[in-house]
Design a protein around this ligand. Structure first.
Ligand code: BEZ
Length: 326
């Protein structure tokens, strides 16, 4: 082959390679939780999987710990297309679409496994379908977190002990109502501020989960872990509606099925993680008190009365969760 031909062949090969590379799309995915949190780990694993399944057409860059802003800001970025994806708390969605609040009904599910079954059931899946219209983002699936509990800097032997206490809450209506009915002074606060606030007495206790208590070391500042499992706390996978519109149908299917698989994997992993972290906490000075619905007395009925009026979704979810136990 002449020198000229070799140069031409090389130029063509380089051109093909660079056009394939320019066709590759980087998906930027934001989360509020730290990189060590299981939601962030699931996002990283999803990215690797997607890159492999798409032969490098898609890569995912994960921005944990609120690097791109808080969840309300990330939701705006999804709406404008400035952000491609997010794994976000359903709590934030509830602030925009109040029906999602029904997913936080106390004792709607008994554990994370049951939350996975309910969230993949007809009512919760139908709610996902409303998101493109109502928030401008596509919901590709739900995942779990460990069940909600309280870590308190005061002895908590009965429900009356919570009355008048300053309790940290995630700021959204179902949880705000719950603590108001308990007679607590609920203090809205992002999870990142909790450790210091417990340490300096700004709050007396926190609504949290086992992973936060252990990995973010809240247990160092608490006396009692009220292991109440009183609510689930789902995460939702979102893709910007604007970005979605530009994707070919086969790519939409690939991205949503891959994201769903990794989000759904959290239901199984948290069953295990919750047990391991409970064991760790039992090895500290924190007194672990197991509590069920009976601990909360008539608070649960009052919560239900308020929310049955607020959304028809609650009755449907209760029916479905009852059917899961038959
Ligand atoms: C919380 O506000 O308690 C929370 C936020 C993100 C993930 C898990 C919990």
């Amino acid at each position: 082959m002449s020198f000229k031909r070799v140069v031409t062949a090389l130029a063509v090969a380089i051109g093909i390679a660079s056009s394939a590379a320019s066709a590759a799309k980087e998906l930027r995915l934001g989360l509020i939780v730290p990189g060590t949190h299981d939601w962030s780990q699931a996002a990283v694993a999803m990215g690797k999987d997607l890159e492999k399944k798409s032969d490098g057409k898609y890569t995912v860059t994960v921005f944990p710990a609120g690097q791109l802003g808080n969840e309300a800001q990330m939701l705006q970025q999804l709406q404008t297309g400035a952000l491609d994806m997010a794994f976000m708390t359903v709590a934030e969605i509830t602030n925009r679409v109040p029906d999602f609040g029904a997913l936080f009904a106390p004792y709607l599910v008994r554990d994370v496994r049951e939350s996975g079954l309910l969230l993949n059931g007809p009512t919760a899946q139908k709610m996902l379908g409303r998101l493109p219209r109502e928030i401008g983002a596509v919901g590709v699936g739900y995942g779990g977190a460990s069940m909600r509990l309280m870590l308190n800097a005061f002895p908590t032997n009965n429900v009356g002990d919570i009355k008048g206490r300053k309790m940290r809450i995630t700021p959204f209506p179902p949880v705000r109502d719950f603590y108001q009915l308990l007679g607590a002074a609920s203090t809205p606060m992002p999870v990142t501020d909790v450790y210091d606030s417990l340490a300096n007495g700004q709050v007396d206790g926190v609504d949290a989960d086992m992973e936060l208590v252990w990995r973010m070391k809240f247990y160092e500042r608490g006396k009692t872990l009220l292991y109440s499992s009183h609510m689930m706390f789902p995460v939702i996978g979102l893709v910007s509606g604007r970005v979605w519109q530009q994707l070919p149908p086969a790519d939409r299917e690939l991205i949503s099925s891959t994201a769903k698989q990794h989000l759904n994997g959290l239901f199984d992993s948290y069953m295990q993680v919750e047990k391991e972290m409970l064991k760790n906490i039992q090895g500290t000075n924190v007194n672990v008190k197991v509590a069920g619905p009976e601990f909360f007395g008539d608070t649960l009925e009052k919560w239900e009365e308020i929310w049955l009026k607020r959304t028809p979704v609650l009755a449907d979810l209760r029916k479905e969760s009852a059917a899961l136990r038959k």
